[in-house]
Design a protein around this ligand. Sequence first.
Ligand code: UD1
Ligand code: UDP
Length: 462
Amino acid sequence: MRQSRATPEAGIAWLVPRSVKIESRRHSGTQERFDTTPQAHMKIVTIVGARPNFMKAAPIIAAVNEHNKRSAVNSDAPGGRPALTVQHILVHTGQHYDDLMSGCFFSDLELPKPDVHLGVGSGSHATQTAEIMKKFEAVLAGEKPDVVVVVGDVNSTLACALVTAKISLDSGGARPLIAHVEAGLRSFDRSMPEEINRVLTDHVSDLLFVTEESGLQNLRNEGVSAERIHFVGNTMIDSLLMFKEKADDSPILENLGLRKEAGRKGTGSSITRYALLTLHRPANVDHREAFLRILAGLEELAVDCPIVFPVHPRTQRRIKDFGFEPRLWLNGNGYDRIILTDPLGYLDFVCLMKHAAVVVTDSGGVQEETTCLGIPCVTVRDNTERPVTVEQGTNIVAGTETQSIRDAIRRQSGRRCADGVPQKWDGRAATRIVELLIQRHEEQASARTSPLAKPLELCKIQ
Ligand code: UD1
Ligand code: UDP
């Protein structure tokens, strides 16, 4: 197993590991300061680390930029009052570091370079989480933000939420608010590392931004107070809606021999029928027999049409460790129709999702994206923390046995899905989040300056 790539001497580690193609914008601990009064200034730190974080964070940064632009126009207007400015700091933990798992998403999603890169890299859960915590604590102490935004359910999410929950930035024990984007999702399967990350992150967070109705119910059932919970929609879907047209410019279908050049941006009639597959959950790919059972469930599909399989690095490693040859996976049937690729960039992957006859996956995010696109999806897991995708009719949770996967693929393959998307999956989730953060900040600032109010800590957990 690869160890942490940051050198021990790096300390706060503004250093970017050599294999990381993106650079951080800041290479020292010095802070940029905005020339505004304390009331008119708010500082937000957003954490990214692993592939699914980038799509969830990008719209939040875009919404902050939009807010700042509007504020500048308002305060320049005659008689306009100075508006609150948000300083945004992007911290990349380095949990994912390959260009195809991290760097490429910065250009595809038009993300700014990270301000700080912790360069943590791979390791066991404990090692990775602990490394992130150690390095993020130093960043937090230096930056002293008003809010830390964590997204999703990866180790970076929990590590940074925990550090923020326990830090003390002044003698009164003040600490930043913690905002969890994609709160409340539950698979009720504690063997999944992500479920542990979700539950713990939610319970130390001050602001819980929920993507679907089930999240509201789960948090209420766990006794989380209503004022901490906000149903805002889904920032991953904000990204999808923002980039799905641009994804049509991707050359991936031609590159994989699935479309003739003449059909580009056309009706789709020249596109070969194909399926799309992703697998990376440890329970599915880390055990040889479990992995083989899933692959056998794809045999019939491979005979029917080519299967494009962009392979996650965890899965690539397992395929190598297990000595898997596609011929072996499918008992020799249709193995030559499996198109193996490295992980793909976001625009290429969205393009492939849009035109697939069926998507077979164990990804959380892909279940949601196929729902939004109206593409039939077969989830190779025993449960989902995203039940709205099943209620909406696009997704079937197939389990992980060969026959149940085969049956679900038969039901889903090429089926037309009904129109309609879940409530608030409308491309405005990030705008709602930024508005709520600003509103909360202004309420706290006015409470601090009111002669009647006692000085407030930055936050108190209910
Ligand atoms: C992590 C998340 C998972 C998420 C997935 C998205 C946790 C606990 N898991 O799982 O929730 O669905 O990301 O893709 O946070 N590797 C590389 N290059 C990279 C990154 C990883 O080669 O850039 C390899 C390493 O061998 C590493 C393995 O992939 O040990 C697993 O990476 P890790 O981040 O630990 O977990 P994921 O399976 O990627
Ligand atoms: N994705 C991608 N390239 C790929 C596979 C997935 O860009 O080769 C995107 C996908 O569209 C979605 C996100 O990655 O936006 C999902 O990440 P992943 O499946 O790694 O994590 P999960 O959602 O399971 O946590």
